[in-house]
Design a protein around this ligand. Structure first.
Ligand SMILES: [Cu+2]
Length: 249
């Protein structure tokens, strides 16, 4: 593929998720200024090309809508699955937000039958108070969470490449990953400069609680630079979120 455009289909995956509107679908905030420091029932709608709220969504990765929140310094990651009322109003139960500018993403597939495509729309909100930015940690090939070590085996380049990670515990490979959202891991990454979203899933087939130690992702990082990566996996009924900074050339 050297020197060529991305393969067919990749352009959709490369959607950076920074627009509030795409293909006639629009993310509308009902909650426009969430408070600092306490949980918020955050409300929004998705309207379709006709202007009314969409209520029919295709299930993907076991959910009708995936919702992410990240502050502009790439701290405070939240990945939620909101509930929808009959009128198409979604409520996401956000944990407490620190002051600052946050970007909120809705990832969904409108159930339009044939040619239904995944859309990622986002908007920013300002949480009142004095924002104290946290510097982005330096890039690293490994990180630990809850006693697990996540190690990157191959570093991707911008465009279509593979990202391979292994999970270990006490120096031994982990082989009891449980399916989480129909997958052995869920990876969300945000770009340092503009919070572009990369959203990746492992290529490994799912077969009971036997995932790991190696996870191979179709990595579609839209641009070079530093990305903050959140790799979520589940063992013994508990969800773990490993975070690290990844440099993409
Ligand atoms: Cu999700």
């Amino acid at each position: 593929m050297a020197g060529t455009a991305h393969p067919a289909g990749a352009s959709q995956g490369l959607a950076r998720g920074l627009a509030a509107e795409r293909d006639g679908y629009r993310l509308n905030l009902v909650t426009c200024s969430p408070p600092a420091g306490r949980p918020t029932a955050f409300r929004f709608t998705v309207t379709g090309p006709g202007g009314s709220p969409v209520t029919d969504f295709a299930v993907h990765q076991t959910k009708k809508l995936h919702f992410y929140a990240i502050r502009s310094d790439l701290t405070g990651f939240q990945h939620l699955h909101p509930d929808m009322a009959d009128d198409g109003t979604w409520t996401a139960d956000l944990a407490a937000l620190a002051p600052g500018t946050w970007r909120l993403y809705a990832d969904f597939i409108p159930n339009t039958g044939a040619r239904a495509t995944e859309l990622v729309l986002s908007r920013t909100v300002t949480v009142p108070g004095e924002a104290v930015p946290v510097p982005l940690p330096a890039p690293s090939d490994s990180t630990t969470v809850d006693g697990y070590t996540v190690t990157l085996q191959a570093r991707p380049m911008a465009g279509a490449h593979q990202l391979v990670a292994t999970i270990g515990q006490d120096g031994r490979p982990v082989t009891d990953l449980q399916p989480y959202l129909d997958s052995y891991a869920h990876l969300s990454a945000f770009h340092e400069s503009d919070q572009a979203l990369a959203h990746l899933h492992p290529a490994n087939p799912v077969n009971g609680d036997h995932g790991g130690p190696t996870l191979t992702f179709q990595a579609l990082f839209a641009e070079p630079g530093d990305w903050r990566v959140h790799l979520q996996f589940q063992t013994a009924g508990k969800l773990h979120t490993a975070e690290f900074t990844l440099h993409v050339d």
